[in-house]
Design a protein around this ligand. Structure first.
Ligand SMILES: NC(=O)c1ccc[n+]([C@@H]2O[C@H](COP(=O)([O-])OP(=O)(O)OC[C@H]3O[C@@H](n4cnc5c(N)ncnc54)[C@H](O)[C@@H]3O)[C@@H](O)[C@H]2O)c1
Length: 327
C-alpha cells in the first residue's frame, strides 16, 4: 500500500480552508496539524475538520513528528520566513503564490533549494491544467508547431469587483498595494506563469498601471505589452466598468490557427484557419487539474519528477509582475 504523507498547514483563511477540504477528499496526503495567527481561523478550521491538531505556533507545526511537508497559505509577506522555518525542519514546502515581493529572501530560499537539496513548489494552479498541456504541445520549445509560428498572445481579465466575492473574507492585504495585494499579483501572476512556462523569459514594453489616488489601495487597471522573444504578449485587465463578471480569456494566435482558453482554462478551443480538425478542437476540463495538483505535490515531497513550478520559476514570474506594477 502507498504510504500516506502527513502535511501541516499554516494560514487558515480562504485558501487554507479550501485546501483542507481538498485534502480531505483524497488519501495520499493527510492534513494532521494546523496553525494560524488568528485563533478564530483555527477554530473555524477545527469545526470543519475536528480530527486536526491545532499547534501552538508555527514552530510547533514544523516540529510535528512524521510530518513530510508544509503548505503555506498566509498572505505573501510571510511566505519566505515560513519557508525557511520549514527548510530548517527538513520539510518539503508547498507555498501559495505570489511567492514574495522580497527578492533577496526568495534568492536565499532558492540558494538553499539548489545547495542543500531542499524541496519546494508554488501553487500556480494552472500548472496542472490540460490547457497548459495544449499550449505546450502547440507552442512550447519541444513542439512541432502544429499551428505554425506563434504571432501573438492576448490576455483579457475583468473583475466585477476587487476583491472578488468569493475571497471577500480575506484580510485587508488583498486590496493593499504595499502588502502584496492587487489583481496583478493575485490573478495575472497565474497567466504570466503560463506565458513564461511555455515561451520563456519576457521583456516588459509599454505599460500603464492605474491606481486609486489614496496611495494605499491596489491597482484598478493595467494595459501592457510584453515580448517573449519576437512574440508580443498583450494584457488588458480592469476592475469594474464591465458587466462580464470575473472574465478571463487568453488567445494564442499562430500562422495556421489559434488556441483560445477561457474561464481559468476550463474551456479550450483549438482551431485551424483551414478548418481541418486538430487534436483538441474543443474541450471542457472541470477541475481535473486540482486533483492532479495534489498528486504532483506528493511527487515533489518524494523527490520524484513533477510539474509544479519551483521557487526560481515563481520568482521569475514575480519579477515580471513587480515590473508591471511600477507606474
Ligand atoms: N492558488 C490560488 O489559486 C490562490 C487563490 C487565492 C489566494 N491565493 C493565495 O493564498 C494566500 C492566502 O490567501 P487567502 O485568500 O487565503 O488570504 P486570507 O487573508 O483569507 O488568509 C490568510 C490567513 O493567514 C493568516 N496569517 C496572517 N499572517 C500569519 C502568520 N504570520 N502566521 C500564520 N498565519 C497568518 C491570517 O490570519 C489568515 O487567516 C495568498 O498568498 C494568496 O495570494 C492563491
Amino acid at each position: 500500500m502507498t504510504e500516506t504523507l502527513k502535511v501541516g498547514l499554516i494560514g487558515l483563511g480562504v485558501m487554507g480552508r479550501r485546501m483542507l477540504d481538498r485534502l480531505a477528499a483524497q488519501q495520499r496526503l493527510e492534513a494532521v496539524t494546523v496553525w494560524d495567527s488568528d485563533p478564530a481561523a483555527i477554530a473555524a478550521a477545527l469545526v470543519a475538520h475536528p480530527h486536526l491538531r491545532a499547534a501552538a505556533d508555527a514552530e510547533a507545526v514544523v516540529a510535528t513528528p512524521g510530518l513530510a511537508s508544509l503548505y503555506i497559505a498566509t498572505p505573501p509577506a510571510q511566505h519566505m520566513t515560513l519557508t525557511e522555518l520549514a527548510f530548517d525542519a527538513g520539510l518539503a514546502v508547498f507555498c501559495e503564490k505570489p511567492l514574495t515581493v522580497d527578492f533577496d529572501a526568495a534568492e536565499h530560499a532558492i540558494h538553499r533549494i539548489e545547495h542543500e537539496g531542499r524541496r519546494a513548489a508554488v501553487n500556480f494552479a494552472l500548472a496542472s491544467s490540460p490547457g497548459l498541456q495544449v499550449l505546450q504541445t502547440s507552442f512550447g520549445a519541444a513542439s512541432h508547431r502544429p499551428l505554425g509560428t506563434l504571432r501573438e498572445v492576448n490576455l483579457e481579465l475583468a473583475f466585477a469587483e476587487w476583491p472578488r466575492q468569493w475571497q471577500s473574507a480575506a484580510g485587508p492585504w488583498l486590496n493593499e498595494r504595499h502588502s502584496g495585494g492587487g489583481f496583478t499579483r493575485e490573478v495575472l501572476s497565474h497567466f504570466m506563469f503560463v506565458v513564461q512556462r511555455v515561451l520563456g523569459p519576457v521583456r516588459i514594453g509599454a505599460h500603464r498601471i492605474s491606481y486609486p489616488d489614496d496611495g494605499v489601495t491596489a491597482e484598478i487597471a493595467l494595459r501592457a505589452e510584453l515580448h517573449a522573444g519576437e512574440v508580443p504578449v498583450r494584457i488588458d485587465a480592469r476592475v469594474g466598468h464591465d458587466e462580464r463578471a470575473d472574465y478571463n480569456r487568453m488567445s494564442w494566435r499562430a500562422d495556421e490557427g489559434e488556441v483560445e482558453l477561457t474561464s481559468w482554462f476550463r474551456q479550450i478551443e483549438r482551431r485551424r484557419h483551414d478548418g481541418q480538425p486538430t487534436a483538441a478542437d474543443s474541450q471542457e476540463t472541470p477541475d481535473v487539474g486540482q486533483a492532479d495538483q495534489l498528486t504532483q505535490w506528493a511527487a515533489m515531497i518524494e523527490g520524484r519528477s513533477h510539474s509544479l513550478p519551483g521557487y526560481a520559476e515563481a520568482l521569475a514570474v514575480q519579477r515580471t509582475i513587480e515590473g508591471l506594477l511600477k507606474p
